[in-house]
Design a protein around this ligand. Structure first.
Ligand SMILES: C[S@@+](CC[C@H](N)C(=O)[O-])C[C@H]1O[C@@H](n2cnc3c(N)ncnc32)[C@H](O)[C@@H]1O
Length: 290
């Protein structure tokens, strides 16, 4: 069976009571999720004004990622589709406000009230539909457009994800850009199999707002505690700058000419085929009939 949880069962079933508890008590998971959420918070580039912000934790689970937001003094709202994960979050007395919600159906929040959003290891789930009515493209569209609407202009979202493949990554980033976001992917430790991490960094607002992406980690050989990496090139991929598809080549239909036709007819005759005689009309361009 595939090791990817998304291919095993829908999230609300996969993260059942047993799995939710196992997930939340694993010291390895606790450590990894804390690091990822610290990095996501850093990528939000919130103003250092000492004012607590209202943030979202999308796919908050049992509150491991939200804990980083609380520790930094921010208020947060956590959304998750799994009742079992949210039950554990309540049991752990996490400080965020929790909403049982399928973010693929939109966030359902007021417009322009959220100062930033993080999501840790969750949004790849939106690409797996358990029913034919759950079209991943439509779910991504509802998710990103509602996220765009609830953020204040200039606010950022830092979404860490585990894409299954390049096509999935494209589908997610395309949906985000179509919703109006600027920004793109920041890939930390791009050459390390284990430490490589994808963060979709989105900026909400008109194009006049600065859209410079943060630098990826692991560009100059600095190592990650998870795995050493000797990365040389820039792991940052700005979606706005990606190569656009080439313009379709114009195919002009050009006749092959009388000479070519006469040669072809001669070849056919030599092979013994019955071919109409050559006349002054052979190879002549026909008039278009309507
Ligand atoms: C790997 S867990 C991560 C939880 C948490 N962010 C953390 O870092 O510990 C992924 C979470 O995404 C949630 N999730 C998956 N699909 C979702 C959806 N459509 N709407 C809301 N939450 C979803 C799952 O229920 C699960 O709690």
């Amino acid at each position: 069976m595939s090791s990817r949880p998304e291919l095993q069962a829908p999230p609300e079933f996969f993260y059942n009571d047993t799995e939710a508890r196992k997930y939340t008590t694993s010291s390895r998971i606790i450590e990894i999720q804390a690091k990822l959420s610290e990095r996501a918070l850093e990528l939000l580039a919130l103003p250092d004004d000492g004012v607590p912000k209202i943030l979202l934790d999308i796919g908050c689970g049992s509150g491991l990622s939200g804990e980083t937001l609380s520790e930094s003094g921010h208020h947060w709202i956590g959304l998750d589709i799994s009742q079992s994960m949210l039950d554990i979050a309540l049991e752990r007395e996490t400080e965020g406000d929790l909403l049982l919600s399928d973010v693929g159906q939109g966030l359902g929040l007021r417009h322009g009230v959220i100062d930033g959003a993080i999501s840790i290891s969750a949004i790849q789930w939106l690409c797996n539909a358990d029913k034919t009515v759950n079209n991943p493209r439509l779910r991504l569209k509802s998710f990103f457009s509602s996220l765009y609407r609830c953020l204040t202009r200039g606010a950022r979202a830092a979404l860490q994800l585990y894409p299954e493949n390049q096509a999935q990554l494209e589908m997610i980033t395309t949906a985000a850009m179509a919703a109006g976001f600027a920004g793109g992917l920041v890939v930390d430790y791009p050459h390390s199999t284990r430490a490589k991490k994808y963060f979709l960094c989105l900026i909400c607002g008109p194009p006049s707002i600065t859209t410079t992406l943060p630098k990826a980690k692991g560009e100059h050989g600095e190592s990650c505690s998870e795995e050493g990496s000797s990365d040389e090139d820039d792991g940052t991929v700005n979606v706005a700058e990606r190569r656009r598809p080439r313009k379709k080549q114009k195919i002009t239909k050009k006749g092959k000419g009388r000479e070519w036709l006469l040669k072809k007819k001669e070849q056919m005759r030599r092979k013994g085929h019955t071919v109409p005689p050559d006349t002054r009309y052979t190879g002549r361009k026909r008039k278009t009939r309507f």
